[in-house]
Design a protein around this ligand. Sequence first.
Ligand SMILES: [Zn+2]
Length: 241
Amino acid sequence: MLKFIGSGSAFNTKLGNNSAYYKSGNQMLLIDCGSNVFQRIKENNLLEGIEHIHVLITHTHADHIGSLADLILYTYYSHGEFAKSKVTVHSPFDTGVSEILKLNGCIKGYHHDENLVGGSSDIIIINESLTISFDRNSHVEELNTYNVFILSNKNPIWYSSDCNKISNNVLRVINYGGYKQVYIDTCKADYEGNVHLSLRKLSELIKPEFRDKVWCMHLDEGFNREEAEELGFNVVINEFN
Ligand SMILES: [Zn+2]
C-alpha cells in the first residue's frame, strides 16, 4: 500500500530521507517530510490532482520534518486554490512539531494542526477506510518518537519510524502474522547504543515464516539489500530515482 519517496537514513543522501505516502482519490497521506522530501515531491509532480495532504510526523529529527514548512507554504500559495490551507499535520503534542512550525513561519491558517495525545486510544479518522494511531517508540533520549499503526481497508499496517527496539506487544503480533505489512527502520551498523535497529537484531526478533510481511526501510549506506533478502525480508524501493 505505501509507496516510498525516500528510503535512506539521515546521512544516506543517495536514497533520500525516509518518507512514505499513499493516495486515495484527491487526498494524500504522507509519513514524515524530511529535509529533501519536498524537493522530491515537487520534482516528481506527486501533488498532481491532490487537494488535501495529511502529514504524519513521527519525531522532529531534520530527516523527518526538515521540509514540512516548505510543503505547507508551497501548497498554500502555489498549489491549487491560492491562499487556501491544504495540509493537516498530525503528531502527538509532545513531539513539539507545532512549535517548530511556528518558528518556521507556519502560523495557524497556513495549515491545520492536530495535536494528539498519542497512544492507541487516540485514533485519527482520515476517512471511512483509513484510520491511524501513534504509539511511543524507543529511539533517542532527547526526542519523543512515535511509531504509526494504520488500518487501511481493514488491513493492519505497522510502521516503526526510527527505533532501536520493537515492543513485545508489537513483536507478538508480527510473529503470528497479524499485520498485513510491517515497515521497520533497519541498518547495517551494529554496535552498542545504536539508536536504529540492525539487520542482525531484526533477524533475531522476527520468525523466518513471517519475514515476507516485513519491509526494511531507513537504510544506512552500508545496508546490503541482498543480505536482507536472503534472510527473507523485503527491502523498500524508492518510487523515483
Ligand atoms: Zn530519528
